[in-house]
Structure formats: structure tokens, C-alpha cells
Write a protein that binds this ligand. Structure first.
Ligand SMILES: *Cc1c(COP(=O)(O)O)cnc(C)c1O
Length: 344
């Protein structure tokens, strides 16, 4: 049987290392996509116990489940709700909403006014990524309107935020200048946000001037280093994908995991698995099995690591991702939901 083993102690050590690194800014642990495939219900209690006071997700499902678990122990930010039903559900769940356009601001305010309870919103400025967010030329009018709605009791502006590419320092610096400007304009309009947030894992870790009040970190907390980025001291993968030997042939060992389980077929010949005898090349990936180079004494039932921290010579999720030109969390997000997750 294959399974995804999740080391909660390792995860908590990562959370603490990130929190310490970004202090005095706060850490917001990103739990989108079911906590990067690790499972919201498993990770949120561990994160809160490790000191995380902010959680966030793009999807309403992950965010509202996180809030149901964390209760008053954490503030939870949800940055993409859409229709009226979703706004109502998000407010029912006591989530704070990311708001990146004027129409959406009105919709949230109208619903909150009907409920007679101000919605907590985080206003998003587009700092160059053009992935949602209010454009600079529209920002003064947008924040003026938010201030009006705040005075009317429909909402409270809890945050101002943006997202950056983290691809080049120069572009990120330009984005930060736009962001700082936007915060100044918002303050001049009378807004007094609790938090400003801009950076994710890489900029939050490497560039102090990007930390503002809050850093939204997913990857590094799960121990996933950036593709083509350096190792991060004190951070190690929390998840290990394990499988077992199902058959031994001349020169090859068949493993009980294939592309139907979420292993990219393009990885054949480009990654190593961790076996009892150390790393072995993965030669072939089939529907439900894969073939690795043999080792002396290989036996049906032997445990083999597909990816993990590397203790048995296996690749990390990020190394695998680099081999096929994607981001470090992608191999984890691809693991089939049918593969059991097990806490260790
Ligand atoms: C996913 C995401 C993050 C976290 O990014 P990591 O690189 O995984 O730390 C932060 N902010 C936003 C808006 C995101 O979508």
C-alpha cells in the first residue's frame, strides 16, 4: 500500500522556524488546496499549537474548515470568494475577506449591512501581477469608498495586501514601491488597517523589507523549498510519499504506485526513489506501478520512498518539480486523494 506520511513535529518545527525568521512580522500559514494536500484537519491544530495566529486560503472550503478548527485562536483570511452565497458562507464562518475590485466591495458591504455586522476586509492593490487587485489609477476612489462604507458600519478595513511574483528582485522592488504608495493613499483616506501583507515564502524569508506586518507562507512551512531556489536552513519536508515493492524481476523492481496515483509519467528516468539500499533510478512509470533499478536482496513488501526529506536517498518534492519545470508543491498536490494520509 502507498501512503503519504506526514510528520507533524517536522511541520511544527518549520512553522516555528518561519515565524522566528519573519518576526516581528506575524506569520500567516497558507492552507489553500487542503493545506497543500496535507489535510486542513490535520495541519491546522498542529499549526495553532505551534503558535500560528493567522491562517489563510484562496478557497472557501479550506478557509472555513480552518476557522472551524482554530476558532478564536486564529484569524482566517480568505482571498477569493465570488457569488453572494459564498460571501454569506464566508461571513457566517467569520472569515476575513480579500477584496480586489470595486463591485465586490459593494456586494460585501451590502450583505454585511443586511446582517448588521461589519465585514472584515483586506483591500488588494494590483502591484503588477494583474491577477486581480485594484489598479493604481482606481485605488484612490476605491479606498475613499471603503472609508465611507467603514464609517457607515458596513465593514472594517482590517488589511491592505498584494501578491508579488517573487521571480526577480527588481520587479518585486517595483511592486513594493507601488504597495507602499497604496498604503499611504489608504491612510490619507482615513483607513487604519491592522496589517499590511505582501510577501509569500521566498520574499518573506530572504528579504526583510518585504515582511510588513504579516507574511503569507505556504511552501516553506510544509518544508517545500522554491524550485531553483536554495536550501532553507531549519526547514525540511513534512510529507513523505511511500510505496512498496510489488514484484521483483531481472534487473528491475516493480513498485505499487503509478501515474493514476499522481506520479507524473514524464518523471521516468528523471528521479530517484529511496530504497533500503539507497537511491535507485525510477525507469518507468505505468498506470498503477512503476519500475526502479534493482538492488541486492529486494523483496516484495520492501518499503520505498517516492519523495520526502531525502533520508533514504529519495528526491524531494522540489527536486522532482525541478526535473519537469514546475513548482515545488505540485508533486504533493498531484498525489491522488485515494492515497491515505497518515500522521506520524
Ligand atoms: C499560495 C499563496 C501564498 C503562499 O505562497 P508560498 O510560495 O507557498 O509560500 C501567499 N499568498 C497568496 C496570495 C497565495 O496564493
Amino acid at each position: 500500500m502507498s501512503e503519504l506520511r506526514i510528520d507533524l513535529g517536522r511541520f511544527q518545527a518549520n512553522v516555528r522556524a518561519v515565524a522566528e525568521r519573519v518576526a516581528p512580522a506575524d506569520l500567516l500559514l497558507v492552507v489553500k488546496d487542503d493545506a497543500y494536500g496535507h489535510g486542513v484537519e490535520r495541519m491546522v491544530p498542529a499549526a495553532v499549537d505551534a503558535g500560528a495566529r493567522w491562517l489563510g486560503a484562496i478557497d472557501l472550503s479550506s478557509a472555513s474548515r480552518a476557522k472551524a478548527i482554530a476558532g478564536d485562536r486564529a484569524r482566517v483570511f480568505c482571498w477569493q470568494t465570488a457569488g453572494v452565497d459564498e460571501i454569506v458562507a464566508a461571513l457566517d464562518a467569520e472569515l476575513e475577506l480579500g477584496v480586489g475590485d470595486a463591485d465586490y466591495l459593494e456586494r460585501v458591504a451590502t450583505i454585511a449591512a443586511e446582517r448588521r455586522e461589519p465585514a472584515l476586509v483586506h483591500l488588494k492593490i494590483d502591484t503588477g501581477l494583474h491577477r486581480n487587485g485594484v489598479r493604481r489609477e482606481d485605488w484612490p476612489e476605491f479606498v475613499a469608498r471603503a472609508a465611507e462604507l467603514e464609517d457607515a458600519g458596513a465593514l472594517r478595513v482590517a488589511g491592505i495586501w498584494s501578491h508579488i511574483a517573487e521571480a526577480s528582485d527588481a520587479e518585486d522592488d517595483d511592486a513594493r514601491a507601488v504597495f507602499d504608495d497604496a498604503v499611504a493613499v489608504a491612510r490619507a483616506a482615513g483607513l487604519d488597517p491592522d496589517v499590511r501583507h505582501l510577501a509569500a515564502s521566498a520574499a518573506g524569508w530572504h528579504r526583510a523589507e518585504f515582511r510588513c506586518d504579516l507574511v503569507r507562507v505556504g511552501a516553506f512551512c510544509y518544508g517545500i523549498r522554491s524550485a531553483d531556489g536554495p536550501e532553507i536552513p531549519g526547514i525540511a519536508p513534512a510529507a513523505t510519499l511511500v510505496t512498496e515493492v510489488v514484484a521483483v524481476h531481472d534487473g528491475g523492481v516493480e513498485l505499487g504506485i503509478g501515474w493514476l496515483d499522481g506520479l507524473f509519467s514524464t518523471l521516468a528516468g528523471r528521479m530517484a526513489v529511496g530504497t533500503p539500499a539507497g537511491p535507485r533510478a525510477l525507469r518507468e512509470i505505468r498506470e498503477t506501478t512503476a519500475v526502479a533499478d534493482a538492488w541486492e536482496g529486494a523483496t516484495v513488501g520492501d518499503e520505498v520512498r517516492v519523495f520526502g526529506p531525502g533520508d533514504a536517498g529519495e528526491s524531494t518534492a522540489t527536486t522532482i518539480a525541478e526535473a519537469i519545470g514546475t513548482v515545488g508543491e505540485e508533486p504533493l498536490l498531484r498525489v491522488s486523494p485515494l492515497i491515505p494520509r497518515v500522521t506520524v
